[in-house]
Design a protein around this ligand. Structure first.
Ligand code: KIV
Ligand code: ZN
Length: 508
C-alpha cells in the first residue's frame, strides 16, 4: 500500500517561542533550526518577521543557512507584514509565506472590528500579494473551530482561488473535541469544491489536553500537514507536541497504516533536550515520549517484567527516540532481580549468598532514601557498612571559614578508645577537615571523587556525601550524612579511611 505522507510543520521557533519565559536569541534560534533539520521536519516556521528586528534577523539567518526544510515566516493579512516576511524568507531554497487572520465572529467583531465580507476580501488580497512573491503560500483561518462553517468554507475556497497552497485550520483556543474536529475536516473536504488543490493543515492548541487527539482525528479525516512544536511549547497550554504526534503514527502503525512521516525519530530526544536547555523551559518528568520518566521503571513488578521481556511494560524502545537505554530507578519497591541486574551492569557478579546480604542492606537503605544511586550500591557491595569496626570515630568538628579568614578545622576523634584532637588549615572548610583527619589518622588516601546530594527536601535537608579514596590499586567508598554538609563530608572521609585501615589489617 502506498503510504500518504503527513507533513510535519514545526512552529517551535514561532508559536513555541511565544510561551512565557521561552525567549531565544538569534544564535539559539539558528541552533534549534539546524537540529530541526537533522530531525527532518518538512517545514520550519522560523518566526514572525514584522514583529521585531530580532525576529526578522532570526528568520533571515535561518533562511540563509539552514538547508533541507521549507522555511516559513508568519504575516498578518497586511501588505507590510507580507513584504517584510518575504524579505526575511526569500534566501531560503524553499521559502513559504504564512498569512493569517481571525475568522470567527469573536475575532471579527472584537479584534478586527470588520465585517465577514471585509475580512474575506482582505484575506484574498493578502494571498494574492504573497503569491506574487512565492508559489508556496499558507493561509490560516485563526479560530477556525469557532467560525461559522459556511463562512469558513467560503474563505477557504476563495483563498485557494487566490493561490493559497496550504490551508491551515487552527483550533486556536484548544476548544475542539476529537470527533468534532475530525468532522470539521471532513466537512471542509466535502464542501470546499477546490480543496483538492491545497494541502489541509491543522494547528491544535492544548488548552483541554486534546491537541494530539484532535490533530490525529484530523489526519484520519483528510488533514495532511500537522503544525506542532517540540515539547508541546506554545501559547498558554502549548501546541500539539511533535514527538507525540510522530511517535503515535509510528508506534500505532497498525492503526495508522496509511500514513507515514519523514521524521528521523532517533533525533527526538536530543532535539527535545536542546529546546528545553535553550528556552529554559523544563520538561515535565512524566511528559510522554521525552520526559525523564518516560522510559523509567520503578515498581518491582515492572522492573522484573522489563528484564524478562521489554515489551511487557514498554511500547516503544528508548533507542527509537535516540535514548541509550531505559532507566531502572532503584527504590524500596525494587526487587532482587533489578538489584542484581544493576550490580552486574556495574561489574559486580555476586553469588546467591552475597546477593542476599546485599539485598538486605539495600532494603535498609531504601527505607531511608527515596532513590538508591550507583555509589550507594558500590558501597553496599564493597562492604557491610554497618559492620565496619570503627578504628576512628568522629566526636566533634568545628570549622571556621569566610572571605577574610584562613579556613581551619578542629577535630576531636576517638582513636581505639583514646581521645585525640588536632587542627589544620586548608583551601576551604572541607579541605581543612580532611587535612586534620589525615593528621590524626596518619592515613592519606588519594581523594578520587567527592559528591554531595540532598537526601531530603527543605531547609533542613539531610546532606549526603560520598567520597572515593585510593590506596595502591584499591578504591574505598565512604558515605556520611548530616544536616551540616561539613560534618557529612568529614564522616564520609572517615568512613572510607576506616575501610582502608581495616583492609590493611586483614592483609596483615
Ligand atoms: O493558534 C493560531 O491560530 C495561530 C495562527 C497564527 C496559525 O498560531
Ligand atoms: Zn497557535
Amino acid at each position: 500500500m502506498k503510504k500518504e505522507k503527513i507533513i510535519i510543520f514545526d512552529t517551535t521557533l514561532r508559536d513555541g517561542e511565544q510561551s512565557p519565559g521561552a525567549r531565544l536569541n538569534i544564535k539559539e534560534k539558528v541552533e534549534i533550526a539546524r537540529q530541526l533539520a537533522k530531525l527532518k521536519v518538512d517545514a520550519i516556521e522560523a518566526g514572525f518577521p514584522i514583529s521585531s528586528e530580532g525576529d526578522f534577523q532570526a528568520v533571515n539567518q535561518i533562511a540563509k543557512t539552514v538547508k533541507g526544510p521549507v522555511i516559513a515566516g508568519l504575516a498578518r493579512i497586511l501588505k507590510k507584514d507580507i513584504d517584510r516576511c518575504w524579505e526575511a524568507v526569500r534566501p531560503a531554497k524553499r521559502p513559504r509565506i504564512h498569512t493569517f487572520v481571525g475568522t470567527s465572529p469573536l475575532h471579527r467583531d472584537y479584534i478586527l472590528r470588520k465585517s465577514a465580507k471585509a475580512v474575506l476580501k482582505m484575506a484574498v488580497e493578502a494571498v494574492k500579494i504573497a503569491r506574487g512573491y512565492t508559489e508556496d503560500v499558507e493561509f490560516s483561518a485563526m479560530d477556525a473551530t469557532r467560525t461559522e462553517l459556511d463562512y469558513l468554507c467560503e474563505i477557504l475556497e476563495k483563498t485557494i482561488e487566490a493561490g493559497a497552497t496550504t490551508l491551515n485550520i487552527p483550533d486556536t483556543v484548544g476548544y475542539a473535541l476529537p470527533e468534532e474536529f475530525g468532522e470539521l475536516i471532513k466537512n471542509i473536504c466535502e464542501k470546499v469544491p477546490n480543496i483538492g488543490k491545497a494541502v489541509i493543515s491543522v494547528h491544535c492548541h492544548n488548552d483541554l489536553g486534546l491537541s494530539t487527539a484532535n490533530s490525529l482525528s484530523a489526519v484520519i479525516h483528510g488533514a495532511r500537514q500537522v503544525e506542532c512544536t517540540i515539547n508541546g511549547l506554545g501559547e498558554r497550554a502549548g501546541n500539539v507536541s511533535l514527538e507525540e504526534t510522530v511517535m503515535i503514527l509510528k508506534t500505532r502503525k497498525d492503526f495508522f497504516r496509511k500514513y507515514t512521516t519523514q521524521i528521523n525519530t532517533k533525533e527526538i530526544h536530543k532535539t527535545s533536550h536542546l529546546v528545553s536547555h535553550l528556552t529554559g523551559v523544563p520538561i515535565q518528568p512524566n511528559k510522554a515520549i521525552v520526559g525523564e520518566n518516560a522510559f523509567a521503571h520503578s515498581s518491582g513488578i515492572h522492573q522484573d517484567g522489563i528484564l524478562k521481556q521489554r515489551k511487557t511494560f514498554e511500547i516503544m524502545t528508548p533507542a527509537s527516540i535516540g535514548l541509550k537505554e531505559s532507566k531502572m530507578v532503584l527504590t524500596s519497591r525494587s526487587g532482587r532481580h533489578a538489584l542484581s541486574h544493576r550490580l552486574e551492569e556495574l561489574g559486580y557478579k555476586l553469588k546467591a549468598k552475597e546477593l542476599a546480604r546485599a539485598y538486605k542492606e539495600f532494603e535498609k537503605l531504601a527505607d531511608k532514601k527515596k532513590e538508591i544511586f550507583d555509589e550507594d550500591l558500590e558501597a553496599i557491595v564493597q562492604d557491610d557498612i554497618s559492620a565496619i569496626p570503627e578504628t576512628f570515630h568522629l566526636e566533634y568538628i568545628h570549622t571556621s571559614s569566610g572571605s577574610q579568614t584562613v579556613p581551619t578545622a578542629t577535630i576531636r576523634m576517638k582513636k581505639e578508645g583514646k581521645i585525640v584532637e588536632d587542627a589544620a588549615c586548608g583551601d576551604g572548610p572541607v579541605d581543612a577537615a580532611y587535612k586534620t583527619i589525615d593528621r590524626i589518622t596518619g592515613v592519606k588516601g588519594k581523594l578520587l571523587d567527592y559528591s554531595l546530594r540532598a537526601v531530603t527536601g527543605g531547609k533542613d535537608a539531610l546532606g549526603e556525601v560520598t567520597v572515593k579514596i585510593k590506596e595502591g590499586k584499591e578504591v574505598f567508598i565512604g558515605r556520611g550524612t548530616s544536616t551540616d554538609i561539613i560534618e557529612a563530608s568529614a564522616k564520609a572521609y572517615l568512613n572510607a579511611i576506616n575501610k582502608l585501615v581495616r583492609k590493611r589489617r586483614t592483609k596483615g
